[in-house]
Design a binder for this molecule. Structure first.
Ligand code: MN
Length: 444
């Protein structure tokens, strides 16, 4: 077993690894991250996760619910540290997994991956407590500076393949449409679903539909010759005159949100990210901003970043061929929250945040687009395989959102047992909803 695999075993048991090993791990991680662009491309299928905040046992529960690395491809949207008791073990485990399986886990930066913020909200204190010096905190902060600012998920499917857990009654109640969202509890039971209407003709002006004729036969046994070979909309549909070319737009993942200084994904790519999170500017906004029910831009009560409305999201998504922005950064009691006609979603992955908020957590699965032949096309050397980009520019193009499967889970019972019993509870554990909105370092 390699040193790295041993470190993973030790960290999975929630035991810190020795300082020299942290140093080496951080060095290796930095070498990997330095090669990544500001916006990492990630192919679906992928499981998108929000804030972790040092809640190690809940991170273990997340892996139980979502599957282990490398079986599941993960994208974590930052805020690994602060607030919880095990920022160190949580972040180092994720970092080990990144170094061990670089193509199976993507880590992007949150506003807490910062020297200033970790000094106030717990991670610095935790490092001092567990190592007796600030060295490990310093190594970690050097890694923070190299984390990507965002990710672009490509090739996600617009339609969910239903899980086999629907009972007969639910199956027979299925309307004539594509499965668009599905919510699962931690036992894997489907608790709610939504369907997207199938577009029958171009005269149907509904914006939330898609022509999938002929229907995809997901029950076809492997190896069976498909009844159609061409991509959707290339004649296989039989009524191609006036039919729409549809495509699942890319999904932009970022910790906070948008910036008035950034109107395209390409502008994010131009930022010089290898630094401490600045107090203002595009990089700061991407990590600090929040969507809100306003028009245009608004001042953020956090003292950093901005508030942005549905019109901003709609315009940004249209301009950049995005179907969805996935972000984290805000506690949502249900674990996830879609806004602006599904143009943006908040994913929150720290259940019972700060061990007292009583919220559930969620992760978001995006499936792989297999609509153009699926496994058959792949076995034929990727012939005709969609890469998520529209193939026929002469046709009207319709971008639809990806099918979204939310896995909701609750806090792990162990976490409360790990609470230091006699120590006075530090300020950063005493979370009051809305309190983090007042940022004591930035803007004051
Ligand atoms: Mn945050």
């Amino acid at each position: 077993m390699s040193d790295l695999d041993r470190a993973i075993v030790q960290l999975r048991a929630c035991r810190p690894i020795p300082e020299p090993q942290v140093r080496e791990l951080c060095y290796k991680a930095r070498e990997l991250l330095i090669e990544e662009g500001n916006v990492v491309s990630v192919d679906a299928p992928v499981t998108i996760c929000g804030d972790i905040h040092g809640q190690f046992h809940d991170l273990m529960e997340l892996f139980r619910v979502g599957g282990d690395v490398p079986d599941t491809n993960y994208l974590f949207m930052g805020d690994f540290v602060d607030r919880g008791f095990y920022s160190l073990e949580s972040f180092l485990l994720l970092l080990c997994l990144k170094v061990r399986y670089p193509d199976r886990i993507t880590l992007i930066r949150g506003n807490h991956e910062s020297r200033q913020i970790t000094t106030v909200y717990g991670f610095y204190d935790e490092c001092i407590r567990k190592y007796g010096s600030a060295n490990v905190w310093r190594y970690c902060c050097e890694v923070f500076d190299y984390l990507a600012l965002g990710a672009l998920v490509l090739g996600a499917s617009s339609e969910l393949v239903p899980l086999g857990t629907l009972n007969d009654a639910a199956q027979s109640a299925m309307p004539d449409g594509e499965l668009e969202t599905e919510v699962l509890n931690s036992k894997g039971e489907v608790t709610s679903v939504t369907y997207r209407k199938i577009l029958r003709s171009s005269s149907d002006t509904s914006t939330d539909t898609r022509d999938i004729s002929p229907p995809r036969d997901i029950s076809a046994p492997p190896g069976e010759t498909p009844s159609r070979t061409g991509p959707a909309g290339t004649g296989a549909t039989g009524d191609s005159s006036g039919s729409l070319s549809t495509t699942t737009g890319a999904v932009l993942c970022v910790h906070g949100g948008l910036s008035p200084l950034v109107d395209s994904v390409d502008k994010i790519r131009l930022i010089d990210r290898k630094q401490e999170v600045p107090h203002e500017g595009a990089m700061c906004d991407l990590l600090w901003s929040d969507p809100d029910e306003i028009e245009g831009w608004g001042l953020s009560p956090r003292g950093a970043g901005f508030l942005f409305g549905g019109d901003i999201v709609k315009h940004f998504n249209h301009k950049n061929d995005l179907s969805l922005i996935a972000r984290a950064h805000q506690l949502v009691m249900e674990g996830y929250k879609e806004m602006f006609d599904g143009g943006i979603v908040t994913v929150w992955s720290a259940p019972n945040y700060c061990y007292r908020c009583g919220n559930v957590a969620a992760i978001l699965d995006l499936g792989e687009d297999a609509s153009n032949g699926g496994t058959v096309a792949r076995s034929n050397g990727d012939y005709g395989r969609s890469n998520g980009i529209s193939r026929n520019e002469s046709m009207e193009r319709r971008i639809v959102g990806p099918g979204r499967r939310y896995r909701v889970f609750e806090a792990a019972a162990q976490d409360t047992r790990g609470m230091p019993a006699k120590k006075p509870v530090a300020d950063y554990f005493l979370y009051v909803p809305g309190e983090e909105l007042v940022q004591p370092v930035i803007g004051t």
